[in-house]
Design a protein around this ligand. Structure first.
Ligand code: SF4
Length: 387
């Protein structure tokens, strides 16, 4: 049974079968099933989500509200008020968590906070105005077939999710999804125009589900970034149907493997795919033995800047910061590393004062100083005891 990480302690994390696949998480499930099953089973994150992700949620909620017509009028005043209120709400929640309180205020932890605010509010005003212009002018399909936050589900319930917007145009129905972050793949070419694979799959699955429910084939799928024009997703109905079938099969296979973990035939590592690309963004690294095993096997890969070992020294410096020396038990040479700039505060690091020299310790979310080979605290740094 998982325990809250409010005091930065955690036990065995819970694992439950998936009830269904959400099109927005399907690609992530294909990457590392363990990460997704831990998240879907209701376990608390063990590392802080990025403050940008918090702002992304806020942006999404404002756009939804604009689409549902909750932001009355077409001016920006109401939109700005909603932004302020959602940001305050998020910051109050984050202040209660030892993992996240250092990320507040969001305006200081996110360098382009004001740019994101402006883009979100402009987009919300645009959506609210569109809603006003469109209302009553176009012939309506059934109530289920258009609107914001439209729930679509496969006939067997194996896949389901909310489409951000299904709108009726003179050509037919257009399905849209709003994204607050980067929408293009990071390719070798800086200005690659290719839409992220994950969004292409997500939209195709939405289209297949939409068709199943309404018996209407959308004429266009698009991803709408906060700034710039919508990006069209190439839509091939047969391909979308195939993806839907594949996802249903995937759910069966995934749940069979989860059953095997639950009945003890296999351990959780069979669900894990530990590679730097996936683990870097994973908020369950402290609980993942597959992650630490993979780091030992592939020591030269670009793993996140986490360290684990035995606490050898803890010194309070004149600048008020703590310097830790840790002997890395995972390193073949058992070398020691230094972690600098650690905040001397029980609020920030609840376990720091109760860790005697010789304790097992793991420090996550550091930054590597390549000149000195030391590590430095960041706003995402979290310290756990390992013994
Ligand atoms: S740390 Fe890596 S292997 Fe472990 S659950 Fe997360 S993504 Fe998967």
């Amino acid at each position: 049974m998982a325990r809250s990480c409010t005091n930065l302690l955690f036990g065995q994390l819970t694992i439950k079968r998936f009830r269904r696949i959400s099109p927005s998480r399907y690609t992530a499930m294909q990457e590392c099933l363990l990460r997704e099953v831990w998240a879907a089973s209701g376990n608390d994150f063990l590392l802080p989500p990025s403050p940008r992700a918090e702002l992304g949620n806020i942006a999404h909620r404002i756009l939804e509200a604009a689409g549902r017509g909750e932001l009355k009028g077409t001016g920006s005043e109401e939109v700005n008020e909603r932004w302020e209120s959602l940001v305050s709400e998020a910051e109050a929640r984050m202040a209660l968590s030892p993992l996240r309180r250092q990320q507040t205020p969001l305006s200081q932890s996110i360098p382009d906070f004001h740019v994101l605010r402006l883009r979100t509010c402009n987009k919300a005003v645009e959506i609210a105005r569109d809603g006003h212009r469109c209302s009553g002018k176009l012939p309506k399909l059934s109530r289920r077939a258009t609107g914001f936050e439209l729930w679509v589900e496969s006939d067997d319930g194996a896949l389901g999710g909310f489409i951000d917007r299904a709108s009726e145009t003179t050509e037919g129905v257009v399905l849209s999804d709003y994204k607050s972050g980067a929408v293009l793949e990071m390719g070798p070419e800086k200005y690659s125009r290719e839409l992220k694979h994950v969004y292409r799959i997500q939209m195709q699955l939405y289209a297949a589900l939409y068709r199943q429910i309404t018996e209407t084939l959308p004429v266009r799928l698009e991803v709408i970034p906060l700034q710039g024009e919508p990006i069209e997703v190439v839509f091939e109905p047969e391909h979308a149907e195939r993806l839907l079938l594949e996802a249903k099969k995937f759910l069966q296979v995934a749940n069979n493997r989860i059953d095997a973990v639950q009945d003890g035939t296999m351990d959780t590592t069979v669900l894990a795919v530990a590679i730097p690309e996936y683990c870097r963004l994973c908020l369950f690294r402290p609980a993942c033995s597959a992650y630490w095993d993979a780091r030992q096997r592939e020591i030269d890969a670009r793993w996140p800047a986490d360290v684990r070992g035995i606490l050898e020294k803890s010194i309070l410096l004149r600048n008020g910061k703590i310097c830790l020396r840790i002997r890395q038990t995972d390193s073949p040479s058992l070398s020691s590393i230094v972690v600098r700039g650690v905040t001397d505060s029980v609020d920030r690091h609840p376990l720091l004062t109760s860790m005697p020299i010789g304790s097992g310790v793991a420090v996550y979310g550091l930054q590597r100083d390549y000149r000195s080979c030391d590590y430095i605290e960041t706003q995402n740094t979290v310290i756990y005891r390992t013994d």
